[in-house]
Design a protein around this ligand. Structure first.
Ligand SMILES: Nc1nc2c(c(=O)[nH]1)N[C@H]1C(S)=C(S)[C@@H](COP(=O)(O)OP(=O)(O)OC[C@H]3O[C@@H](n4cnc5c(=O)[nH]c(N)nc54)[C@H](O)[C@@H]3O)O[C@H]1N2
Ligand SMILES: Nc1nc2c(c(=O)[nH]1)N[C@H]1C(S)=C(S)[C@@H](COP(=O)(O)OP(=O)(O)OC[C@H]3O[C@@H](n4cnc5c(=O)[nH]c(N)nc54)[C@H](O)[C@@H]3O)O[C@H]1N2
Ligand code: SF4
Ligand SMILES: [Mo]
Length: 690
């Protein structure tokens, strides 16, 4: 907000990028005001010239100044005073903080560097403040590697097994689609710019169909909503194939030239009649037939898949099956046909990962890999056997695992271990930071350099710092650079500045660096219709049906569902999904008052019949529980939940929850069929009034 004395002060605008784990990766214009050295951000708006995001921001990031100048911002290094988790700290100097950390990590690494674990995800998706200098540091140390599976790995590896990479339609092309299946995706919440393209298509006559267990705000605005049971998308895809075969709606020429092994899948699909499909998916046979008819006859047909459908046991197989549908009808022939889950593979050649991350600093060492999705079990492991050494130190940046990782009762017990040395680089005292021995104040996107790729469009992006660091904050890269110096690492790469790393993050062969620096963004040179004539990124150039090590895809039922686990369902009969809250970004923004006010309070959407059977009224406080734990929240009978399914919206900070837990107290650590990812939406619970 402008202060009175600044009203007359001239402003300037800085070109920036939204850092969040959102497919849209908006270009930002940051307005700065004040004398040099004392500048403040007064406004954050979208860049109207950036084609995929055209000047519009979501509510969350238009409040970015509020987040940056939040009273709860960590402004100095902190040392823990109370018990782990209590959140009591005292300020210390940077020297004391860095010396303490270097001494502890050095001592552990002298015994076995694999006992040190870096833990990070996509608090920022930047190439510099993500795994740039941090990766160099941990490679040089020889720390354990982290398997970054928590979000997109089931779908990502499934797509790679099918198309050869995370590749798909150009998002701008959806405006010309005539049928759009919005499948496991709630773009009004999670990708507003895709939604605006879909709206344009709708105005031009396209039909929009949403396939989602929840009646989302997006489902409300589509022509049709098919409310399938969680974890049954693979069955629905097979049922659609059955109908495409039966109606002979297949593009035989496209299949013959660009698919490898269709016959093997064809036999499987023939067993999935509309009746069988409907029974598994919890919908009607007419819905299956109608959807197949629309998909076979409306051209061009496009599928916007998102990661919602792959957070179940069979999520990888389901994505493989859905990804084959556009090949069967030759939808890829048209630029506005095909499928988009993630386009991040388009940047593979453009980003200079090896230079940024320097895996060569490992030398001959081959550290073990720890899966971030099972961090609860990993921290509680006594060490030994296949696991390797007990984890003695964790360095967390860009992530809030105590809130976001599954089975969080175990995660918080792991982080509460008195013998664990924990360092957290953060903006705020999150649930995870509360467990730290040392908290280090990190800069936000408005205070540091970065370079960005994205998974929702195909522009390379550059973020310039708008203001100097707030308080004593330092960028992640600056912190790891300083730690490297304390540890005595003398390789010249530890002297690279943030600015140099951001400006050199892309390969000039693939990215127009002059345009990137001048405008803040530049489009990758890619074909309008990527697979119009095949050319998939697989070794054969064809879509792979029978993938090495994976076989022919099939419907894989949930670990936990009424159909697949009847004994468990006798005690816990409701399937719970926990999709994103509109005003939060995972657990980020849960502490921004205006956004939390918009979300009101932790809630569980229930179907009125499921609520009535349990004596639960609208707004009542309920106890949601299973063998793993309990979560207290408010029942919301708003019409969004289908019978048998409850929706626990958003990842609230545990300490804001009525009972000190959040929805992940109920989720488990079993992994998906492909990609070693969490099955957050594969979860049975019971609910009672409280
Ligand atoms: N506002 C907001 N935006 C976000 C996020 C956020 O937390 N808040 N998170 C960001 C992140 S980290 C990511 S990875 C992206 C994408 O994150 P996604 O989680 O893919 O986000 P959504 O687009 O909300 O889509 C998920 C949808 O899938 C539905 N769903 C759940 N289970 C199933 C199922 O078994 N089958 C089907 N068909 N649907 C199912 C849910 O009800 C939900 O509507 O969004 C990003 N954008
Ligand atoms: N039940 C359930 N659980 C889920 C999901 C779900 O749908 N349901 N979604 C899952 C998904 S898709 C994802 S991606 C994960 C997300 O999990 P996380 O990646 O952990 O995401 P956030 O909760 O947003 O936490 C990011 C943290 O990074 C910090 N941060 C941001 N920028 C910087 C920076 O520049 N430097 C430093 N040091 N810190 C920074 C923020 O303040 C924030 O606390 O959660 C997963 N968990
Ligand atoms: S969170 Fe997504 S929609 Fe919002 S500003 Fe960032 S990139 Fe844009
Ligand atoms: Mo994610």
């Amino acid at each position: 907000m402008p202060r009175m004395q600044d009203i007359a002060t001239p402003t300037r605008t800085v070109q920036a990028v939204c850092p969040h784990d959102c497919p849209d990766t908006c270009a930002l214009h940051v307005t700065v005001q004040g004398a040099p050295g004392a500048e403040r951000v007064v406004r954050v708006v979208g860049d109207p010239d950036h084609p995929p995001t055209h000047g519009v921001l979501c509510t969350k990031v238009s409040r970015y100044a509020e987040r940056t100048y939040h009273a709860g911002r960590v402004l100095t290094p902190l040392k823990r005073l109370g018990r782990k988790g209590e959140g009591r700290f005292e300020p210390i100097t940077w020297d004391e903080a860095l010396d303490t950390i270097a001494k502890r990590l050095g001592a552990i690494a002298a015994r076995n560097p694999e006992a040190v674990l870096p833990y990070s995800y996509a608090g920022t998706m930047g190439l510099v403040q993500g795994d740039g200098m941090a990766a160099r540091f941990f490679h040089r140390l020889g720390a354990s590697l982290l398997d970054r599976t928590i979000c997109a790995n089931a779908g990502g590896e499934a797509l790679a097994a099918t198309y050869g990479g995370k590749l798909g339609m150009r998002v701008e092309q959806f405006v010309d689609s005539k049928l759009i299946l919005i499948w496991g995706s709630n773009p009004i919440t999670s990708s507003v710019h895709f939604w605006s393209f879909a709206q344009q298509a709708k105005r031009a006559g396209a039909k929009l169909i949403c396939i989602d267990p929840r009646r989302t705000e997006t489902a409300e605005k589509c022509h049709q909503h098919i409310a399938i049971l969680p974890g049954t998308d693979g069955a629905l895809a097979l049922g659609l194939m059955h109908e495409l075969i039966r109606a002979d709606a297949l593009d035989h020429d496209y299949i013959a030239r660009h698919m490898d092994g269709w016959e093997k899948l064809r036999d499987k699909a023939l067993a999935w009649t509309p009746e069988r499909t409907a029974a598994v998916c919890g919908i009607t046979a007419d819905e299956v037939r109608g959807l197949a008819r629309d998909y076979a006859t409306t051209k061009p047909a496009a599928i916007r898949l998102n990661y919602g459908m792959q957070r179940v046991r069979g999520g990888g197989n389901a994505v493989r099956l859905v990804a084959m549908l556009p090949c069967l009808i030759g939808a890829w022939r048209h630029p506005a046909g095909g499928l988009l889950l993630s386009a991040s593979g388009a940047f593979r050649a453009a980003r200079r990962d090896v230079w940024l991350q320097r895996p060569d600093l490992l030398g001959p060492r081959r550290p073990r890999t720890v899966n971030m999705s099972t961090i609860g079990d990993a921290l509680l492991h006594p060490g030994g056997g296949d696991f390797g050494p007990k984890i003695e130190a964790v360095v967390v940046y860009n992530s809030n695992p105590v809130a976001v990782a599954p089975d969080s009762g175990k995660v918080s017990r792991g982080f509460a271990r008195e013998d664990l040395f924990t360092v957290v680089l953060e903006h705020f005292l999150t649930d995870t930071a509360d467990h730290a021995d040392i908290v280090l104040p990190a800069t936000t996107q408005l205070e540091h350099w970065d370079a960005h790729t994205t998974y929702g469009h195909t522009y390379a992006m550059l973020n310039r710092p708008a203001v100097p660091p707030v308080g004593q904050a330092r960028s992640n890269a600056e912190i790891f650079r300083a730690l490297a110096a304390r540890m005595g690492y003398t390789e010249p790469c530890f002297a690279d500045s943030d600015e140099l790393m951001a400006l050199q993050a892309f390969d000039p062969e693939h990215v127009d660096l002059a345009e990137l620096q001048a405008r803040g963004w530049t489009r990758l040179k890619l074909p309008e219709a990527p697979f119009a004539d095949g050319g998939f990124a697989t070794p054969s150039g064809k879509v792979v049906v029978d993938a090495p090590g994976l076989g022919v895809p099939d419907h894989v039922p949930n670990y936990e569902s009424v159909a697949s686990a009847p004994e468990l369902a006798a005690r816990y009969p409701l399937a719970m999904i926990s999709p994103p809250a509109r005003h939060f970004m995972n657990s980020s923004f849960a502490n921004v008052d205006s956004l939390r006010a918009a979300e009101k309070e932790p809630r569980l959407e229930m179907h009125p019949a499921d609520a009535a059977a349990r004596g639960i009224a609208q707004g009542a406080t309920v106890r949601v529980f299973n063998d793993r734990g309990e979560y207290l929240c408010k029942a919301d009978l708003n019409g969004a939940a289908r019978p048998g399914v409850v929706n626990g919206l958003g990842i609230w900070w545990r300490k804001m929850g009525l009972g000190g837990t959040n929805v992940n107290e109920l989720t488990h650590q079993r992994l998906t069929d492909i990609g070693r990812a969490p099955a957050f939406y594969d979860c049975l619970v019971e609910v009672e009034p409280c």
